[in-house]
Design a protein around this ligand. Structure first.
Ligand SMILES: C[S@@+](CC[C@H](N)C(=O)[O-])C[C@H]1O[C@@H](n2cnc3c(N)ncnc32)[C@H](O)[C@@H]1O
Length: 337
């Protein structure tokens, strides 16, 4: 990812200039290097005309926790210590905040709305979230403040993602994971991506790498938003995305094999054998696993590799906590032969 190498004394001034030009990537942290500061920026031709060196470097993303802490400190003015203890993490998707209001804070909804607007004055909608439902993993939401819509454009990792939370799955917390994958991918790869949703993974990877991605989604509305997203980002993408509307279990058997398969598998779906059979060098397989079962999950993958006559190295990484002791994990499966 690009960064601008600026002398320390000029950093604040240049940062302000970059912000005005919409080139500053506030989701990543700047880094001090001797007498210089590396400022995180979005890739753009204009960077090269600013008179500073442009580096390709991995600057860490700011933790989500930080924005949560801001809300907590703003609300400390109005809520008791005990009430603050009931606050849950929330998400900001474009100009929509998505919150959980536990029963203990139902009487504090107006204060929470006030606090969110103080921390994020750009918000247009605040919605309360319910559970993910059905095969398409769409959540149930009720709008508690603002415009009556759940459609917005979310900016992440240098791409714009049109989402409609009432029609398709989208999880902003996966931005770090999408960034991680984009770093692993190399130019020239052919990538298969079933369960692609509105294309967040595909867009981020194609933004930074010259690859050919074949993505697949069953939910017609997510598929149509994905097509819009390809157009929305057309000028930013280095790679190509072919998007198919269909059922992964029906379409994949008829497709060839790919260098890399990325499977953001919906919860409760077992697509391991199918996705592994389509991978030549790498499979990134997501699943939801109890902490005590992670070892067994890895063994299950190794067994499937053996069954398919593949020699594999498997590393399982916790991606996010899902509920107490249950994690969303990603198995990075390297196929050695
Ligand atoms: C966990 S979501 C991930 C979506 C997307 N990759 C993202 O991270 O935003 C799983 C997606 O798989 C889709 N899906 C469920 N069953 C499917 C199937 N049999 N074939 C293709 N897509 C399917 C759902 O509609 C949903 O968009």
């Amino acid at each position: 990812m690009p960064a601008l190498r600026v002398p320390k004394g000029e950093a604040e001034l240049v940062k302000g200039k970059l912000k005005k030009l919409n080139l500053y990537d506030g989701k990543r942290r700047p880094k001090i290097e001797g007498d210089f500061v590396l400022l995180p920026v979005f890739e753009d031709d204009r960077l090269h005309s600013l008179g500073y060196e442009v580096l390709d470097i991995e600057l860490p993303l700011r933790p989500e926790r930080q924005i949560y802490k801001n809300l907590e400190s703003v609300l400390a003015e109005r809520l008791t210590k005990e009430e603050l203890g009931h606050l849950r993490r929330y998400d900001v998707v474009g100009d929509i905040a998505v919150v959980q209001i536990p029963p203990e804070l139902e009487h504090r909804v107006d204060d929470i709305v006030w606090g969110l607007l103080k921390v994020h004055p750009f918000l247009k909608v605040i919605a309360k979230k319910g559970f993910h439902e059905g095969a398409f993993r769409i959540r149930d939401y009720s709008i508690i403040w603002g415009e009556k819509r759940l459609e917005t454009v979310h900016r992440e990792n240098g791409v714009e993602i049109k989402v409609d939370l009432s029609k398709a799955f989208f999880n902003p917390r996966m931005k770090g994971e999408r960034y991680r994958l984009a770093q692993l991918v190399r130019d020239g790869e052919r990538i298969l991506m079933p369960f692609a949703g509105v294309l967040p993974y595909a867009l981020v990877i194609a933004r930074y790498r010259k690859v050919k991605i074949t993505a697949l989604e069953l939910n017609r509305e997510a598929y149509e938003l994905g097509l819009e997203n390809i157009e929305l980002n057309r000028k930013r993408l280095k790679g190509e995305i072919e998007f198919i509307h269909g059922d992964a279990f029906e379409v994949l058997p008829g497709l060839p094999t790919y260098d890399r398969v990325i499977s953001p598998t919906p919860r409760g779906v077992d697509a391991l054998a199918l996705t592994l059979s389509k991978a030549e060098t790498w499979l990134h397989y997501y699943d939801f696993v109890e902490e005590s079962e992670i070892g067994r999950f890895r063994e299950r993958i190794l067994k499937e590799c053996l069954k398919q006559g593949k020699e594999c190295a498997v590393r399982v990484k916790k991606v996010s906590d899902f509920k107490p002791h249950v994690f969303k994990v990603c198995a990075d499966v390297r196929i050695l032969g």
